[in-house]
Design a protein around this ligand. Structure first.
Ligand code: ARG
Length: 458
């Protein structure tokens, strides 16, 4: 297949050089965007009288045919074309003949490729936003189904204080919401059209770049042609934003993996999201979640890959930039996949309510509540902390429960103690007495679940 250059060369390129430099095997994903961009470009060229209107019309008609083929899945890229831009150009020539030669007027592949990648990114960001919302809905649904469930909360992975399971899960909903705002910011900064910047310096032809911006629905036109063709910040940003999503999914996976162990035994992951062992007949392994955790590492790798790719490049275009695509495509597509899988997994996740209920009565969960009981009566934090520390030590040494200490013994620890303190050794009470904003208080958590449902389904 003919290249978009070559007249200057007296030799054909070596097959190995071709193999090494061609990008069609991955940039075929840009076919749709390439055609959409070219339609706008041809319309602008015609409107400005840079090419005859009749040629512009023929070009647009040909491109629309190609677009229909791409959308219906009938378009098969030509592996012998250097890249998708070359492939589309060659096919257009095949369809409409000579007028096709005028399409590439007042542009270069350098601005064309950034345009295509930007259009791809904008679409992917929209898809990611929908997928994140889908996962948030699944998590909120899971929280609502298990609204009354209290679980041990951990710090240092040591049992700390009891919390509502829904409270724990809503923490992830908040993180995912921040991920969405990051992606929205990335969208805003990507939403600038580079087309018309040409190779690097612009053009002497009387183009109307803002017209292209309008036709393609971009928010702005890039103001510096060298920036426009060199900028890959938006790719770094998108991969960084996806890394954050993947990191959140990985933490979530880790929680669920732990909770599914015999040692925790809080949840039952649906068998359709587990796998077995080829030797141990009893095993039901959380491989989907383990791969979620593992796959996040691949995405962080892509972030490093794109940063290293860019850091040494002088302005403007360098062919290295072609290599921005594999990490970008893989990141966007993998993150989408991870989100869909996770949402489905949550929809089928069951809590072992009886088992969890037996794990929340350890009285050490309530020491802070008892401490605050003393503080409410006028004790200083330091005194109350010391008192509780000593009480815990006595109970540990004697192997007895805090609640078994007699009122007389309690009063010997602190005069503020009275019989009513024993009411605090109860998980339901423990969550109920938390009243601070953002706490695990059941009413506040119920409100949060309500608000999230409303917001996510709006
Ligand atoms: N396939 C190239 C890329 O992805 C297109 C741009 C080629 N430009 C050039 N001057 N060789 O970056």
């Amino acid at each position: 297949m003919s290249k978009l250059w070559g007249a200057r060369f007296d030799k054909k390129s070596h097959p190995l050089a071709d193999q090494f430099t061609f990008s069609i095997s991955y940039d075929y994903r840009l076919a749709k965007y390439d055609v959409i961009g070219s339609i706008a470009h041809a319309q602008m060229l015609g409107k400005q009288g840079i090419i005859p209107k009749s040629d512009a019309t023929k070009i647009v008609a040909g491109l629309k045919k190609l677009l229909a083929q791409i959308k219906s899945g009938k378009f098969k890229y030509d592996p012998k074309a250097e890249d998708i831009h070359t492939d589309i150009q060659n096919r257009l020539k095949g369809l409409i003949g000579k007028p096709a030669d005028k399409l590439h007027t007042a542009r270069s592949r350098n601005d064309q490729v950034v345009l295509d990648v930007k259009l791809y990114c904008l679409d992917e960001i929209n898809g990611l936003l929908v997928a994140i919302t889908g996962l948030q809905k699944a998590i909120v649904g899971f929280g609502k189904k298990n609204q009354e469930v209290i679980i041990p909360g951990y710090t240092h992975l040591q049992a700390a204080q009891v919390v509502l399971l829904a409270h724990h899960m809503l923490a992830y909903v908040e993180m995912l919401e921040r991920d969405k705002t990051r992606l929205q910011g990335c969208f805003m900064r990507t939403d600038v059209t580079p087309l018309g910047s040409c190779a690097l310096s612009g053009t002497s032809l009387k183009t109307d770049r803002d017209y292209i911006t309008k036709l393609l629905g971009f928010a702005q036109t890039a103001v510096n042609s060298m920036d426009a063709v060199s900028d890959r910040d938006f790719i770094v940003e998108l991969i960084a934003d996806c890394s954050m999503v993947a990191m959140h999914l990985s933490r979530m996976s880790e929680d669920l993996i732990l909770w599914a162990t015999k040692e925790f035994d809080f949840i039952d992951i649906d068998a359709s999201f587990c796998t077995g062992s080829s030797i141990m007949p009893h095993k039901k392994n959380p491989d989907v979640l383990e791969l979620m955790r593992g796959t996040s590492g691949k995405i962080f790798g892509h972030l490093t890959e794109i940063l290293v790719l860019l850091k040494g490049l002088p302005l403007a275009y360098n062919r290295d930039l072609q290599l921005d695509k594999p990490p970008l495509f893989d990141t966007a597509e993998t993150t989408q996949n991870m989100l869909s899988v996770m949402a489905e997994l949550f929809a089928n996740l069951k809590v072992k309510k009886d088992k969890v209920a037996k794990r929340i009565h350890d009285e050490s969960f309530f020491t802070v509540d008892v401490m605050e009981y003393l503080i409410k009566k006028g004790a200083s934090h330091r005194d109350a902390h010391d008192v509780l520390g000593k009480m815990v030590k006595e109970c540990l040494d004697k192997g007895i429960a805090l609640s078994s200490l007699s009122t007389v013994r309690l009063k010997s620890y602190h005069p503020y103690f009275a019989e009513d303190v024993k009411k605090l050794f109860n998980p339901q009470t423990s969550v109920k007495i938390k009243i601070s904003l953002g706490s695990t208080n059941p009413n506040l958590v119920a409100q949060q679940l309500q608000q999230w449902s409303k917001k996510l389904h709006a």
